[in-house]
Design a protein around this ligand. Structure first.
Ligand SMILES: Nc1ncnc2c1ncn2[C@@H]1O[C@H](COP(=O)(O)OP(=O)(O)OP(=O)(O)O)[C@@H](O)[C@H]1O
Ligand SMILES: [Mg+2]
Length: 240
């Protein structure tokens, strides 16, 4: 099967600095790929480049065989930003229905998306009155409702309690099993274990393009946090 996303020699500048230094990788379809890396490593910048809202200095990004940001991709790629992007003056259900209408989906699809993120009972609440975690889930529901082929989620589980996090990751796995390609960023290593594939980013460079099992085997530890540290140290030794 052809890759859902391909990135070749991607260089991005933000402000006066180069923040992505020539990334090359591919994202296979129908899997959950985790984009892991510390704060400031370039996760959001990379996701912005994939959805076509980031100016790119050099390199190529294709999504579903088209250049990132092509008009034809608009309904095929869902993006949930790190800051929730929902209307605070509408209720949860109104938000979901608004996005459903934009994507040509039904009110029933909107309700299903709310149930998926555990907000079925909060449909009548104003988004402006929600907690941070609830608002993030409302934002996620609005992306799920379009049933995009590629879902790009920037730290979707920040601020969620452990039970909800596990539920959402289970939902991501369901979506992938049904054929959706997911790219999910996180800086929590315990979430890395739930991914089919892992991209480890640090200071705008790709340190590893692997799977949890392969990373554990190669670094000689079952602990992915420790594995990441070992990959970092190995890279620093090569550089030195
Ligand atoms: N608008 C901007 N102007 C200038 N520099 C920026 C801008 N946005 C981000 N950067 C810089 O680009 C680099 C990558 O930032 P990015 O937001 O992609 O990191 P991140 O991995 O998503 O971090 P976090 O985990 O904190 O969300 C950082 O050094 C950051 O300071
Ligand atoms: Mg970010």
């Amino acid at each position: 099967m052809t890759d859902a996303v391909t990135v070749t020699d991607l260089v991005v500048h933000r402000g006066r600095r180069e923040v992505l230094h020539g990334l090359t990788f591919a994202v296979p379809p129908g899997q959950v790929t985790g984009l892991l890396g510390p704060s400031g490593s370039g996760k959001t910048t990379l996701m912005r480049a994939l959805v076509g809202v980031q100016r790119v200095r050099a390199g190529e990004v294709t999504v579903l065989g088209e250049p990132a940001g092509s008009p034809g991709l608009r309904s095929r790629v869902g993006y949930v930003t790190q800051a929730p992007s929902v209307y605070p003056d509408l209720t949860v259900r109104e938000n979901a229905r608004h996005f459903a209408a934009l994507y040509g989906r039904t009110a029933r699809d909107a309700d299903a998306a709310l149930a998926d993120v555990g907000l079925a009972g909060a449909g009548g609440q104003l988004v402006g009155d929600l907690s941070g975690g609830q608002r993030g889930r409302a934002s996620l529901a609005c992306a799920l409702v379009g049933r995009p082929e590629v879902l790009v989620l920037d730290e979707p589980t920040v601020g969620l309690d452990p039970v909800l996090r596990v539920e959402l990751w289970a939902r991501f796995a369901d979506l992938a099993a049904a054929g959706t390609t997911l790219l999910v960023s996180s800086h929590v290593m315990d979430e890395a274990a739930r991914c089919d594939r892992l991209l480890l980013l640090r200071d705008g460079e790709l340190l590893a393009d692997s799977t949890p099992d392969r990373l554990r085997a190669e670094s000689g530890t079952a602990d992915l946090d420790e594995a990441f540290l070992r990959v970092v140290r190995a890279r620093e030794e090569v550089a030195a």
